[in-house]
Design a binder for this molecule. Structure first.
Ligand code: FAD
Ligand code: NAI
Length: 468
């Protein structure tokens, strides 16, 4: 009789590999199936990690060019060594994906390489690149197959000149002109990388604002900062065609509401209009696993699909497409399958845009509390009034805290500023414990730190800030 596993997870992205490790910690016999040559999914191979390697390197380059002289550091002959930068990115990816390989082994998880397909409850087939198929017997199956870049109808991606985020992480030369379609997280992060390295970046966005879903005031303020950095924006505009026949790409755009078309030149077009759940080749139709209206795997509150023994987590299900959300769902499903009370608090999932300055948020936006009819108050503090920010020439940005007017409980927080992605976590912890703005305002914060701006914004929810 073949080996029987307690759990088989298809996909070893942040959802899958974290779920597998947690399940193994809880005593389950676990298998994972991954079609990619390395583990870590979109996040480690072509997403979070490589993008942050390039964002970090390009930010230092920009800082050296713009701020070093003001700080009294003379730099001669500052240059971009693009192959060197890409090498740093590739080595970062390799060391991270290798780390997952090690962790899977350490936790005695059996890893199958190949395309996983659900043959029925308790049966997963794995087909290798060579076409050989084997079958895994398992009590439970978790689908953690993630997502893929969404396509713009009629526009062909070649990952050289017309690229998704994957191609944009690997351009061999710095394009003179880049058009980014979509002012979401990918567009602004990868647009920032190439803009800092010298590209003229124009962002074409269908809606009348950038970063939909983020607090409106934050998005507006941040757009101004990006404009100062050289970004051009065409909002309420759609791309209708990309002509690739000449040396230069001809991008046809027109107002989203209809009107006169315009043609823009570009060397590279980055299509970043969102991601779609990845369910291809999984055999879901045959097994009868239902999808929702956006082709995500439909689940109940315990990640269970409509078929017994089959569960789903991460980008392939409802919710923000974020690595840490997928990881937390991986932990939760493992705990649920082990008979524990696995749980994710979806009200407290931080979101960070790793631009410069960073934009970080947790909880509700001002628009959301307004729409919910909540009596609320807002405390704000500008980074220009923060001593450490001045010392670091990092005064772009502000902190905004939204609290319930009657109970003082913090409902949402939004930070634009250097290190915002780190600073947001004191607010996440506060909110997880149901804390109030006064709790935060009365917590001693080290001086001089950017985090003092967070405390000041909390003070702003009460009697007022001290330093502004
Ligand atoms: P994935 O990471 O997509 O992993 C799914 C895995 O399943 C893949 O390895 C795939 O090969 C495998 N698979 C699919 N089908 C099969 C099959 N049939 N058989 C076997 N294997 C299969 N999120 C953040 O939180 N922070 C960031 O900074 C961030 N930056 C990003 C930057 C970019 C450019 C991109 C594209 C995404 C970024 N994300 C970021 C999003 C993040 O990558 C995803 O939310 C996260 O990877 C989702 O994890 P997952 O485990 O659900 O799926
Ligand atoms: P997104 O959903 O963040 O943004 C897509 C943007 O494209 C939106 O502003 C949308 O209005 C616009 N758009 C859609 N169709 C369009 C069209 N036809 N023409 C012009 N604009 C159009 O998606 P994005 O940036 O592709 O990122 C995908 C996912 O990856 C996101 O859900 C995000 O959570 C995740 N991600 C997270 C990161 C982070 O946490 N730092 C970094 C990168 C990606």
């Amino acid at each position: 009789m073949s080996e029987q596993f307690d759990l088989t997870i298809i996909g070893t992205g942040p959802g899958g590999y974290v779920g597998a490790i947690r399940a193994a910690q809880l005593g389950m016999k676990v298998a994972v199936v991954e079609k990619r040559a390395t583990h870590g999914g979109t996040c480690l191979n072509i997403g979070c990690i490589p993008s942050k390697a390039l964002l970090h390197a390009s930010e230092l380059y920009e800082e050296a060019g713009h701020n070093f002289a003001k700080l009294g550091i003379a730099v001669d002959g500052l240059n971009v060594d693009l192959p060197g930068m890409l090498k740093h990115k590739d080595e970062t990816v390799k060391s991270n994906t290798g780390g997952i390989e090690f962790l899977l082994k350490k936790n005695k998880i059996t890893a199958f390489h190949g395309l996983g397909k659900i043959e029925g409850p308790g049966k997963v087939s794995v087909t290798s690149d060579e076409g050989e198929t084997q079958t895994i017997d398992t009590k439970n199956i978790v689908i953690a197959t993630g997502s893929d870049s969404a396509n713009l109808p009629g526009i062909e991606i070649d990952e050289k000149r017309v690229v998704t985020s994957t191609g944009a992480l690997d351009l061999e030369t710095v394009p003179e002109k880049m058009i980014v379609v979509g002012a979401g997280v990918i567009g602004l992060e990868l647009g920032s990388v190439w803009s800092r390295l010298g590209s003229e970046v124009t962002v074409v966005e269908y809606l009348d604002r950038i970063l939909p879903g983020m607090d409106g005031e934050v998005a507006k303020n941040f757009q101004r900062t990006l404009k100062k950095q050289g970004f051009k924006f065409k909002l309420s505009t759609k791309v209708t065609n990309v002509d690739t026949s000449g040396d230069s790409l001809k991008v046809s755009v027109e107002p989203a509401a209809g009107g006169d078309a315009e043609e823009l030149d570009a060397d590279v077009v980055l299509v970043a209009i969102g991601r779609t759940p990845y369910t291809e080749g999984l055999g879901l139709e045959e097994v009868g696993v239902e999808l929702d209206e956006r082709r995500r795997v439909k689940i109940d509150n315990h990640y269970k699909t409509n078929v017994d023994g089959i569960y789903a987590i991460g980008d392939v299900v409802v919710g923000p497409m974020l690595a840490h959300k997928a990881e937390d769902e991986g932990v939760a499903i493992a705990e649920i399958l082990a008979g524990q009370a696995g749980h994710v608090n979806y009200d407290v999932i931080p979101g960070v845009v790793y631009t410069s300055p960073e934009v970080a948020s947790v909880g509700k936006t001002e628009e959301e509390v307004k729409d919910a009819g909540i009596d609320y108050k807002v405390g704000k503090f500008q980074m220009t009034a923060n001593g450490r920010a001045k010392a670091m020439l990092a005064t772009d940005g502000f902190v905004k805290i939204i609290a319930d007017k009657n109970t003082d409980r913090v409902l949402g927080a939004h930070i634009v500023g250097k290190g915002a992605g780190e600073m947001i976590h004191e607010l996440a912890v506060l909110m997880e414990f149901g804390g109030s703005a006064e709790d935060l305002a009365r917590t001693c914060h080290a001086h001089p730190t950017m985090s003092e701006a967070v405390r000041e914004a909390a003070l702003g929810c009460g009697d007022g800030t001290i330093h502004m």
